[in-house]
Ligand binder design. Structure first.
Ligand SMILES: [Zn+2]
Length: 342
């Protein structure tokens, strides 16, 4: 794969990065306290074999819906049937939660909740792939809940979308058609949905739903020791830089454990195919937070709770919730990071 690097950023976010840091250090550390009990109980309920069509899969899907409802999200289940290798027809269900569903634009946070099918390993858990990312998204919503349900609630410029994709994993072998079943379905649906706007009373005159997503932040393969996150897409490099800054600020303030620098201010050496593909093809800006190199336990029976690294998970939670909060709080005008043809 080829990748070209640009260091000209159009993001107002990057320009504001210094202010973000200044405000970070001024804020009381008690504002967004950890809620480890919530994280642990969430993870415990997600960390079961959850191959599409299995009982564990239905349990996790229901848990996600109930959790989102309990956190004040308006929840949708995007259910569909599709034929796949080995299993034949399966029922998939993406789970989407909204705060401010009527808003003009959205910050979307995403991960996948299905676990991979291994014929010789029916107990495969996919702890980093992607039980931990799912628990991180719920924990982010939980720890920011007072903000999301008070100051942020009822804003018209911006909403928050949590997307739990189904069917990310290949059933036989990863190809364009045997992978990312849920995200392909949802991107297609969002591209065909037009939203009513205040200036039009006909729903079909509004923008496409997919074009209301300012950025899709996709979490994957998180939870192993000492992860490294590089910047994959030049149009979201400013956002990635904000993660670098927030991590530095929290470390200086003594609020992170250990010395591993997670967010590297450098472009990745290549791209990783994942749930963002169908959204990228629709020109949705992508912030891909996937550990590279992949965890050693990736797609092995060792991707379980025993091989998770809790300090790294706690650190990620702390940086990520501050990043989400800063994006929502600082948002004063539509942020357009889309690629524009010259
Ligand atoms: Zn996987």
């Amino acid at each position: 794969m080829s990748h070209s690097w640009y260091f000209i950023f159009v993001s107002i976010w990057l320009l504001a990065a210094d202010n973000v840091v200044a405000q970070q250090s001024n804020r009381q550390s008690a504002n967004w306290a950890d809620d480890e009990a919530h994280f642990n109980s969430s993870l415990a309920l997600i960390l079961v074999p959850r191959v599409v069509g299995s009982r564990g899969h239905t349990q996790v899907r229901n848990y996600l819906v109930n959790s989102l409802n309990g956190l004040g999200f308006q929840t949708e289940v995007d259910e569909f049937k599709q034929r796949v290798p080995i299993f034949g027809e399966l029922t998939f269900a993406n789970v989407i939660g909204y705060i401010n569903p009527q808003a003009q634009n959205f910050m979307a946070l995403a991960c996948h909740y299905d676990s991979k099918y291994f014929p010789n390993d029916p107990g495969f858990l996919g702890a980093t792939d992607s039980a931990v990312p799912c628990a991180i998204l719920l924990n982010t919503a939980k720890t920011l809940n007072s903000y999301l349900l008070q100051q942020f609630r009822n804003r018209n410029d911006l909403g928050l979308m949590l997307i739990f994709f189904d069917g990310e994993e290949a059933f036989r072998e990863w190809t364009n058609s045997d992978s990312v079943y849920g995200s392909r379905h949802l991107a297609n649906k969002f591209a065909r949905t037009r939203s009513p706007t205040s200036t039009s009373d006909q729903a079909n005159l509004g923008p496409r739903h997919i074009d209301r997503i300012e950025v899709l932040v996709l979490l994957d393969l998180i939870g192993a020791r000492n992860p490294k996150f590089s910047s994959f897409y030049e149009n979201t490099h400013g956002l990635h830089s904000s993660l670098v800054e927030i991590e530095q600020t929290l470390r200086t303030a003594g609020r992170l454990e250990g010395n591993n620098k997670m967010f590297l201010n450098r472009p990745a050496g290549g791209l990783v195919d994942d749930d963002h593909r169908p959204f990228l093809e629709e020109n949705v800006p992508i912030l891909h937070l996937i550990a590279t190199p992949f965890p050693d336990s990736w797609h092995t029976p060792r991707d379980n709770a025993a091989n998770l690294h809790w300090p790294s998970i706690r650190n990620f939670n702390r940086v990520f919730r501050n990043f989400v909060y800063e994006y929502l709080k600082r948002h004063t005008a539509p942020v357009d990071l889309r690629f524009h043809r010259k």
